[in-house]
Write a protein that binds this ligand. Structure first.
Ligand code: NAP
Ligand code: HSE
Length: 432
């Protein structure tokens, strides 16, 4: 089928949807001349018709029913920019079952229902694109799928959440609490509708799951990952990082043992040495390091959230969709899905940072070192600082190389000590 006018339906006209509309309008001449077609922004769906939008759209193009766009026979490309996993899944499946091309920015949906969506696209002859689902404007999906296809990937790690990086950067620079900055990240359109997805690490986990699938052909559900967010990070942790040559970044780390095929995906705040490129990726920017066995290390940096970078990625998928519609299937074959075992926790090794609020009394250090010794976790350094809690001290420990199983068991023991007040804060120290 070749068509000279491509009708596009935008389901969800919020931060991302309005950006897509705006930038297709503003770059229409260049896009159309490259593609040799007319791009017709035909319909848009919203929840609230009375809300003011930043783009001017004829009232006749609006609906509150995204399914009517997904099933409209005149629409060629449906953009699912609603978010969530319920209505978004219905809309995406309805469009795919009608043989349409669907472009999505929805990492949560892809992570939860990816195999079902790919199968529906295959069965009904449509296509499913998702460049905007990971790392905003960075074309990391294309890089893994196409540019780096010659490689096997031992290590991929990166900053995948713009909101968290924005919060950590501004906490570090301005000494503010994360709650104050989160409110700004929401206004700027960086945060998810449910911001706990950002700050508790789940959005990063969804993105890491997608990258792991693209790199290794296996879906690692978020429940099987180690996922920790940034809500426990305080100025005490940032001060330690600054004084010791680190930056704190929320990292996704995807490892694969090339010999055994074991995969592991984890998300946690990490002390990254300032000498590393990613330690210097700040504000809403994302950064991803991909090490391939053929290419070596490659690093990608760009804005990871917000209207414009996300629109850039969505429009690149629309362009790919138009090419497929008009020139036939020029894409690489899809990755075959495989099952991989997970690396056991005792094989996930590294050095650790632990901050404990403890009673400021004799014998506390001995009890703590007793707990770490029981699990063969060897302490590398101890620092005592004043605590915000009355009658308490803040203890910062770093460890020699240990493993996730031992450090988790250590934390369980430390929690049981009457001299340890509150929840221990654990950070990983990057050794990659
Ligand atoms: P958003 O600003 O909240 O926009 C959501 C849109 O969907 C709004 O137009 C909303 O209508 C509409 N909508 C929501 N629930 C609906 C319902 N029940 N029925 C009909 N319409 C409904 O969200 P966003 O930030 O644009 O994000 C959209 C998607 O892109 C999400 O999957 C998100 O994870 C992903 N994403 C976002 C970013 C970013 O930086 N914001 C970056 C990458 C990916 P109203 O406008 O009338 O409320
Ligand atoms: N809330 C997400 C972030 C949007 O802050 O990275 C981009 O996926």
């Amino acid at each position: 089928m070749s068509t000279s006018t491509i009708n596009i339906g935008i389901c969800g006209l919020g931060t991302v949807g309005q950006g897509v509309w705006k930038h297709i309008e503003s770059n229409r001449a260049a896009l159309e001349s490259r593609l040799g077609v007319t791009l017709n922004l035909a319909r848009a769906s919203v929840r609230d018709l009375t809300k003011k939008r930043s783009v001017r759209i004829a009232a006749s193009k609006f609906t509150t029913d995204p399914l009517s766009i997904a099933t409209d026979p005149s629409i060629h490309i449906v953009c699912e920019l609603i978010g969530g996993v319920t209505l978004a899944r219905e809309v995406t499946l309805a469009a795919l079952k009608a043989g349409k091309t669907v472009v999505s920015a929805n990492k949560a949906l892809l992570c939860k229902h990816g195999p079902e969506l790919f199968a529906a696209a295959r069965k009904h002859g449509g296509h499913f694109f998702f460049e905007a689902s990971v790392a905003g404007g960075i074309p990391i999906i294309k890089a893994l799928r196409e540019g780096l296809v010659a490689n096997r990937f031992k290590l991929i790690y990166g900053i995948l959440n713009g909101t968290c990086n924005y919060i950590l950067t501004r906490m570090e620079r301005e000494g503010l609490s994360y709650q104050a900055i989160l409110a700004e990240a929401k206004v700027l359109g960086y945060a998810e509708a449910d911001e706990s997805l950002d700050v508790e690490g789940w959005d990063t986990a969804h993105k890491a799951s997608i990258l792991a699938f693209l790199a290794h052909g296996t879906w690692v559900p978020v429940e099987k990952m180690l996922v920790e967010g940034i809500t426990q990070i305080t100025q005490a942790d940032l001060a330690f990082a600054r004084e010791n040559g680190y930056a704190i970044k929320l990292l996704a780390v995807i490892t694969r043992e090339i010999d055994t095929g074991e995969v592991f995906v984890r998300v946690h705040p990490t002390l990254v040495p300032k000498t590393k490129v990613l330690a210097n990726v700040n504000e809403v920017y994302n950064g991803i390091s991909v090490t391939g066995d053929v290419v070596g290390e490659t690093v990608y940096i760009g804005r990871g959230a917000g209207q414009d970078p996300t629109a850039s990625a969505v429009i690149s998928d629309i362009v790919d969709g138009v090419i497929l519609l008009n020139r036939g299937n020029t894409h690489l074959p899809e990755l075959a899905e495989t099952r991989a075992s997970l690396t056991p926790l005792q094989s996930i090794t590294g050095r650790y940072y632990l901050r404990l609020e403890v009673k400021d009394e004799p014998g506390v250090l001995a009890k703590i070192s007793g707990a770490t010794a029981k699990l063969h976790v060897s302490i590398a350094s101890v620092l005592q600082r004043p605590s915000d809690m009355p009658g308490a001290a803040s203890l910062i420990l770093t460890t020699h190389k240990s493993n996730e199983k031992a450090i988790r068991a250590t934390i369980t023991r430390l929690r049981r000590l009457s001299s340890v007040l509150g929840e221990p804060v654990l950070l990983r120290i990057a050794d990659f």
